[in-house]
Write a protein that binds this ligand. Structure first.
Ligand code: NAD
Ligand code: KPL
Length: 303
């Protein structure tokens, strides 16, 4: 069965190249005819791994000409997911499986509402990739991908494809817990790196600020019935700050490069959830307000 990968950006390309390398059928869905023409002119997708680059001449199309789609990896940013899902909706086969690779929370519900009754699988990944230019992507950091449907312990048989492609992964019925935990880590680290204009490791200079955010995130997670995601959060945040000390967070990079960030699906989502559950999170709310003011001052989208 063909893997349709929507979004030939960093993570979509990383998945598509590894699936193709394993001899599995893959087809890219690109944004429009101009991007398709540029892709075809370049002769395929290039993956750079350990300084070796290999080009994979993977088939590609636009949403309008793709299909029928049995299996779709939606690999765009959270703020593009709903529109992207809408663009492929008429081409989804009966019983199609759709894997959502977006960071944060909120976009998954928007996609589910756009594709009612469809078989949706959630994913949370700590792999790292970035685009060098056009259709050339660098595999920058080994990581792990959790996949799952809430409360469904039965992994689909096609997980074998991921094994074959060397995509390190596991199935979990607690996928929401994984997504919440990553969201909490991102809320404790990413906005501060933007506001302090620093690498992750420099957050060791603001231990009290980090600790206060972690305390509130734990309170919020417990209020949202996410006990497991709350366990040892502060220690994990400190571990990630040290393990990724030399890196700039993804939000830092988005802001530095004048790109839209996924703040609405991270800190924005957390603040909305706190309002819904009537949890007091003054430090997170103040962080959100400062971040929004910073984005506004840079002329960047606030959502
Ligand atoms: P990206 O911006 O590199 O790639 C997204 C691609 O989707 C772009 O090429 C864009 O043109 C394309 N796209 C958007 N809408 C489309 C549409 N309607 N039709 C076709 N293509 C469309 O983003 P990314 O870094 O790969 O991130 C994807 C998601 O994965 C994000 O939520 C991100 O937070 C998460 N993530 C990324 C990494 C990473 O290392 N890059 C790691 C973990 C999680
Ligand atoms: O996921 C991250 C990101 O930069 O988005 C880390 C490195 C964990 C920091 O929150």
């Amino acid at each position: 069965m063909t893997w349709h990968v929507l979004g030939a950006g960093s993570l979509g390309s990383l998945w598509a190249a590894r699936l193709a390398r394993a001899g599995l059928p893959v087809s890219l869905i690109l944004r429009d005819a101009a991007r398709l023409a540029a892709y075809e002119a370049g002769g395929g997708l290039t993956l750079v791994e350990n300084e070796h680059s290999t080009t994979y001449p993977i088939k590609a199309s636009t949403a309008g000409t793709s299909g029928p789609i049995q299996r779709l990896l939606l690999a765009c940013k959270a703020y593009d997911a709903e529109q992207a899902a809408r663009s492929v909706a008429p081409h989804l086969a009966e019983g199609a499986q759709i894997i959502l690779l977006q960071n944060g929370l909120g976009s998954q519900d928007a996609v589910a509402a756009t594709l009612p009754g469809k078989n949706i699988i959630l994913a949370s990944s700590t792999e790292g990739a970035f685009r060098q230019d056009g259709f050339r992507v660098v595999f920058a950091g080994q990581g792990f991908t959790w996949l799952g449907r809430p409360n469904d312990p039965q992994p689909p048989v096609w997980l074998d494809d991921l094994q074959q492609a060397g995509i390190t992964h596991a199935w979990t019925p607690d996928i929401l817990s994984k997504l919440w935990r990553k969201l909490a880590l991102n809320c404790a680290i990413n906005p501060l790196t933007v506001l302090h204009d620093c690498r992750n490791g420099e957050l060791q200079n603001w231990p009290q600020e980090v600790a206060a955010l972690c305390d509130e995130l734990v309170t919020l997670l417990l209020a949202c019935d996410q006990q497991e995601a709350a366990i040892g959060l502060h220690e994990d945040v400190q571990r990630v700050i040290i393990a990724t000390a030399a890196n700039y967070s993804s939000m830092y990079q988005d802001v530095a490069q004048g790109r839209r960030s996924e703040v609405s699906y991270l800190l924005g989502y957390a603040c909305n959830a706190a309002r819904q559950y009537q949890v007091k999170i003054p430090a997170l709310q103040s962080l959100h307000a400062r971040l929004i003011a910073h984005l506004a001052a840079q002329g960047l989208p606030l959502g």
